[in-house]
Design a protein around this ligand. Sequence first.
Ligand code: C2G
Length: 132
Amino acid sequence: MKKVLTYGTFDLLHFGHINLLRRAKELGDYLIVGLSTDEFNKGKNKQAYHSYENRKLILESIRFVDEVIPENTWDQKVKDVIEHDVDIFVMGDDWEGKFDFLKEYCEVVYLPRTIGISTSKIKNDLNMVKNG
Ligand code: C2G
């Protein structure tokens, strides 16, 4: 069984996230998502709209996702790759090169981001509507 691992906040889930999860799953048989906790998000200067528990609930209901684990720190990836016996690590290419240190432990794949959508764009667009 080929195991795939990716990480993210996945707030206000949108088709860019789904495109990433679908392509990640297509690379193997089992997809694990390291979901950023609310605490970890503070370190990414992100304030997620949905709580960790609710983002986890949403992710677990996606057919491409087989398991969700918490992402608490930047440096848990090596341990996660080893402990979960991961074959392929996947991230969107806005992270291109940032996780090449994992190549010692597994394949590292950066997938093209979906253009034209992001959680911050959704928030900005909704704000514009609200403010007229
Ligand atoms: N993504 C994408 N296309 C978009 C938006 C996001 O392919 N239009 C991808 C990102 O590249 C990432 C994943 O979807 O691989 C999740 O995006 P975020 O929730 O923004 O994750 P991020 O804050 O980048 O967290 O340790 C890694 C970090 O936790 C990554």
